[in-house]
Design a binder for this molecule. Structure first.
Ligand SMILES: [Zn+2]
Length: 340
């Protein structure tokens, strides 16, 4: 296997490794496209607790090139697949209890296990999902994002007509808003970035509010003074968590959602007064196949987003450049690499 790895903060090198393809239930996948997300750039910049060296790219898509079990009828050479970005460890108490979705030690691509910026990967057969022809490569790169949003919607127990305040209009926040609409809820996106609010509007989100001192009054007017019973704070945004707490009604559910695990400060005085329920979602584990179906049905629209794309030969240069130009625009800190 040939790839690109991060060897230390801001240091990249090529790498060649041997991959074990002896297990009876494994599949070899040629990676066609890899996508780096903000967490990959944080790993590159040395902002995350990372054990180097590590191959970045949390997301990858590819084609099956070999299946160890030749009799296998469902996995066939040439099929387009999405290798899962998280694998449950299979060893912790939760995994042992059969609750892999609550695994205490997920193997996360690009974070604590190698990501997809390489020519091929060997994965267990149950750690890949087939891509239907109706899902384009570009859509497929967002399966994990949509799956994370499905996990959030599941957690919120969203009811028809219910408001969901989404604090942070990054790419995940906009996907989440689209899903809330799909499930007949009413999203309200709050951000301090005009570009993100415009993008949210072009993605079909009707209520977008600038995060200034009038935002509480606006949400109060929209929700009949009760404020919102469902609030999601996007951890990838740079907004103060006070905004999310301020917009939450009494006994509201407040979900912290995003791929990263930043060291957020939360004002528990407000949380205690309002007796809020806190939840956290950091991955799409368990809802990959739902996300593929939602993308196939165009429940979320990926076409509003533009992500730069480079060939493998330009990848190192592009990673350095992207890392030095990070902003809080919705698709900042994302890069697609055409591996082959
Ligand atoms: Zn586990």
């Amino acid at each position: 296997m040939d790839g690109i790895q991060i060897t230390a903060a801001k240091k990249l090198s090529t790498v060649t490794k041997k991959e074990d393809f002896s297990s009876i239930e494994s599949t070899k996948v040629i990676i066609t496209k890899a996508m780096l997300i903000r967490e990959d750039f944080n790993a590159y910049l040395g902002n995350e607790k990372i054990q180097y060296p590590i191959i970045p790219a949390r997301i990858g898509i590819g084609k099956i090139s070999a299946v160890s079990d030749e009799e296998n009828q469902t996995l066939v050479r040439g099929m387009r697949v999405f290798p899962h970005p998280e694998r449950a460890c299979g060893k912790c108490f939760e995994c042992f209890q059969g609750e892999k979705q609550h695994c205490a030690a997920f193997n996360i691509a690009g974070k604590n296990t190698d990501g997809f910026l390489r020519d091929f990967v060997v994965v267990d057969n149950n750690e890949i999902s087939l891509l239907p022809p109706s899902v384009t490569d570009f859509q497929a790169l967002f399966i994990e994002h949509v799956a994370l949003c499905v996990n959030v919607v599941d957690l919120l127990k969203l009811k028809k007509g219910e408001h969901v305040v989404i604090v942070g209009g990054d790419l995940l926040g906009i996907f989440l808003a689209q899903l809330v609409i799909y499930y007949q809820g009413v999203p309200i996106i709050v951000d301090n970035n005009e570009n993100n609010l415009k993008l949210a509007q072009s993605a079909g989100v009707y209520y977008t509010l600038f995060a200034d001192n009038r935002v509480e009054k606006s949400v109060s007017d929209l929700t009949g003074a009760r404020l919102s019973k469902k609030v999601v704070y996007m951890t990838g945004s740079n907004l103060n968590t006070d905004i999310a707490l301020k917009l939450a009604g009494q006994h509201a559910t407040l979900c912290f959602a995003g791929f990263g695990t930043p060291n957020l400060k939360v004002n528990f005085n407000v949380a205690l007064i309002k007796q809020l329920n806190f939840n956290c979602v950091t991955n799409g584990y368990g809802n990959i196949d739902s996300a593929i179906n939602l993308l196939a049905n165009n429940a979320v629209d990926t076409s509003v987003f533009t992500v730069p794309s480079v060939k493998q030969a330009q990848a190192m240069e592009a990673i350095k450049e992207t890392a030095s130009n990070l902003t809080f625009d919705a698709t900042s800190g994302m890069l697609i690499v055409e591996v082959i």
